[in-house]
Write a protein that binds this ligand. Structure first.
Ligand code: 13P
Length: 262
């Protein structure tokens, strides 16, 4: 990974941990990293709790000065109005969410989010000063049909229509076949797609933006494989699902710099 990009280790809790469990988790993660003398700032840590936890997590992080960022797992394309069940970027911004995950494959699959909806959500996030974490990735069938990069590249191209060169954003490559399956991509596979995605950023927004934008890998990341991904030049961090729910495991992923030789 190039020196200029601070690695981002992000925990997507999905629909796990209520607001009380969230307090215990964030406190314990903070203490675990402190006990291990983890150097704050060497890696950016972010958690993505369910909506109902965000206010609680915000208050805790604020009160205890915990050096973690936090974000939401989704955002409405609308600002306000008659959209039952939706959550506005204006509200997330009021809660000081730094990030929002957009276009996760679970939302694309179960909630029929198209590339156009993803782009509209990216636009909504940026409008409210929230950094979108734009997720892309192919199914196994798509990989066999059109190769490793085509689907992710096409998805990102549409999402980037909502982005301009001075916007901050993060891209996460999450091959659908590697999510929650234990069937992890190889570091070479992750690198190949992450490099192609950086090229898309460069074409759309210029080389400088491509050089500073973080591209993450996600899909069955664990403490035992994180270091191998982080050795790749175009992988700038990880979007972690299951392993982000286990304090010791997530702390160990955050501390990947200590076990790069593993
Ligand atoms: P797992 O780490 O559980 O495979 O999930 C990855 C993911 O979907 C993160 O957004």
């Amino acid at each position: 990974m190039a020196v200029a990009r601070t690695p981002l280790i992000a925990g997507n809790w999905k629909m796990n941990l209520d607001h009380l469990q969230a307090v215990a988790f964030v406190q314990k993660l903070h203490w675990t990293l402190k006990d291990a003398a983890h150097e704050d700032g060497s890696v950016e840590v972010a958690v993505f709790p369910p909506f109902t936890d965000i206010r609680t997590v915000q208050t805790l992080i604020d009160a205890d000065k915990i050096p973690f960022a936090f974000g939401a797992q989704d955002i409405s394309t609308h600002d306000s109005g008659a959209y039952t069940g939706e959550v506005s970027g204006a509200f997330l911004s009021k809660l000081s969410c730094r990030y929002v995950i957009i276009g996760h494959s679970e939302r694309r699959e179960y909630h029929h989010e198209t590339d156009e909806i993803v782009a509209a959500k990216v636009r909504a996030a940026l409008k409210h000063g929230i950094v979108p974490v734009i997720c892309v990735g192919e199914t196994l069938e798509q990989r066999e049909e059109s190769g490793p990069t085509a689907v992710s590249v096409a998805q990102l191209r549409v999402a980037l229509e909502a982005v301009s060169a001075d916007d901050d954003f993060v891209v996460a490559y999450e091959p659908v076949w590697a999510i929650g399956t234990g069937q992890v991509a190889s570091p070479e596979q992750a690198q190949e797609v992450c490099a192609a995605l950086r090229e898309v950023i460069s074409e759309a927004l210029g080389a400088d933006v491509a050089a500073k934008t973080r591209v993450l890998y996600g899909g069955s990341v664990k403490s035992g494989n994180i270091a191998s991904f982080m050795r790749e030049p175009d992988v700038d961090g990880a979007l972690v699902g299951g392993a982000s729910l286990v304090v010791d495991e997530f702390a160990s992923i955050i501390r990947f710099q200590k076990h790069v030789g593993v």
